[in-house]
Design a protein around this ligand. Structure first.
Ligand code: SF4
Length: 477
């Protein structure tokens, strides 16, 4: 697997050097006279939020376009997780500005985490923007558009303790109609010292499970084959029925959604090692359509660094969780996030990170070097003292070890048959399909007449790379 593949994932699209994803509403707003163009950067939560924004815009007479020159409104949904992600957005604002110069009345809006972090600075310093809207304020978009049309640039970055957008049916902006996201909660109550999310997305709140189930129902009726439940920390999902006081946990929610349609695959992201529990593991084991895959970020293999990161678990705690997962779900795949070169990280700490990749047998990791974010606990308390060259070298070593572990794990799949959900043509050949197995591994195989994206196929693996399983179609056993 090369570096780029390691950084890419439909669950977490966080390579900031990549062009943001431009989406078009598959369910076009027929009679609309106005058009919006939206680009999304960052994590899957942002992509899911863009679908809520699209729904609000559709209700206000807007249809989407993929051509920004056609748009009356350009929106960029932003990410603040790393400096580079913000740089990318700033460059994009210059591009929108050149379109704005040619089109009188065109409005430009910044949404999401960067809007929340920089607030009015966007209006004051970057006179490129008409609207600034934080993640909890999307319902206010029509009012801010109307004000901006009247020449008054506007901002709303109020964070909420209640907003979950539970009543808004997202407009699905994806292109394939096969896999979709459902946002189950918002915000985060953890205070990982490197992370800007608690400041940009506010306190954690869980969405009414019945609205989640009805959204899953709707997706089932629309023909979706895979649903990913999204939250910053899904294992701490907790909804209390205001009438009965009964609490619904994440494991219970998972089962409720899995029961909507046993032919729809269920995934979830992201899990936190301190919160994932055996009920969730048993739900995965007991329901065939809940995929055998857990994204369980460790961030560092060193307990000392984990403490500085305020992750609230140790290396040993993490190892115990991993052991329990493999005990309950032997064919479960686990992936991780890893930060190299966090403040004070020594060579010893780094070696502990390399060894935990091996020990935990991560099938893949999303790997970065530490980038200090203003306002975070780490930025206030610790010195970013690991030299850039050292961070880069350690990242290269982590990538190398992860690639070897991924290859070793893929070797075990030789000769096995997997059910694969076909996503589309493989990157390298239009004679081949690509899709994922339950463990989230990419599988490539030759096409066969009658099969199409969205179908399930059985593929026997006869070749591997560190990033892909290759094989041929077989009859289901
Ligand atoms: S769990 Fe930690 S890393 Fe994840 S969003 Fe919350 S604060 Fe950030």
């Amino acid at each position: 697997m090369n570096d780029k593949e390691l950084l890419e994932s439909p669950l977490k699209i966080i390579d900031p050097s990549k062009q943001g994803q431009v989406y078009e509403d598959r369910k076009a707003n027929e009679g609309a006279s106005k058009h919006y163009y939206i680009e999304s950067y960052g994590c899957a939560m942002n992509f899911s939020d863009s679908e809520i924004v699209a729904s609000i815009l559709a209700d206000n007479g807007y249809a989407s376009t993929k051509d920004m020159n056609e748009a009356d409104l350009i929106l960029v949904n932003t990410c603040s997780i790393r400096e580079k992600a913000e740089e990318t957005v700033r460059n994009r604002l210059q591009v929108y500005q050149s379109v704005k110069r040619k089109k009188k009345g065109l409005l430009v809006g910044v949404l999401g985490c960067m809007a929340e972090r920089l607030k009015s600075k966007f209006l004051e310093q970057e006179k490129l923007v008409d609207i600034v809207l934080g993640p909890d304020a999307y319902r206010d978009l029509p009012r801010l558009i109307a004000n901006a049309q009247g020449g008054e640039r506007g901002i709303n970055v109020l964070l909420s303790r209640e907003e979950t957008y539970a009543d808004i049916a997202p407009v699905r902006l994806d292109n394939n109609g096969i896999s979709g996201f459902i946002s189950i909660m918002r915000g985060c109550d953890n205070m990982c010292s490197f992370c800007v999310v608690p400041f940009t997305r506010g306190r954690e709140r869980s969405r009414d499970p019945f609205t989640i189930v009805s959204e899953a129902d709707m997706m089932s009726a629309q023909g979706y084959k895979e649903i990913t439940l999204l939250g910053q920390n899904v294992d701490s999902y907790k909804w209390e029925n205001p009438e009965t006081g009964k609490v619904v946990s994440f494991a219970e929610l998972l089962i409720m959604v899995a029961k909507v349609n046993p032919r729809i695959r269920i995934r979830f992201s992201t899990s936190h090692p301190k919160d994932i529990n055996e009920d969730v593991m048993y739900a995965i084991r007991d329901y065939d359509n809940i995929c055998n895959y857990i994204h369980l970020p460790i961030q560092s293999g060193s307990s000392r660094v984990l403490e500085l990161m305020n992750r609230t678990y140790t290396r040993e705690w993490y190892q115990d969780k991993v052991k329990k997962i493999y005990e309950i779900i032997p064919d479960c795949a686990i992936s991780s996030d890893i930060i190299c070169g966090f403040c004070t990280e020594t060579e010893e700490d780094h070696k502990e990170t390399l060894s935990i990749i091996e020990e935990s047998n991560f099938v893949l990791s999303y790997m970065y070097y530490y980038s200090e974010r203003p306002g975070t606990l780490a930025a206030r308390k610790y010195e970013d003292d690991v030299p850039y060259e050292t961070k880069k070298r350690r990242l290269a070593e982590v990538i190398k070890v992860q690639a070897a572990v991924s290859y070793r794990d893929n070797e075990k799949d030789l000769g096995k048959t997997f059910e694969v959900l076909i996503e589309g043509d493989s990157k390298k050949s239009n004679q081949h399909f690509k899709g994922r197995n339950s463990q989230y591994k990419m599988v490539v195989f030759p096409k066969k007449e009658g099969l199409k994206p969205g179908d399930f196929a059985h593929v026997k693996i006869d070749k591997i790379t560190s990033g892909t399983l290759l094989g041929n179609l077989v009859e289901p056993a």
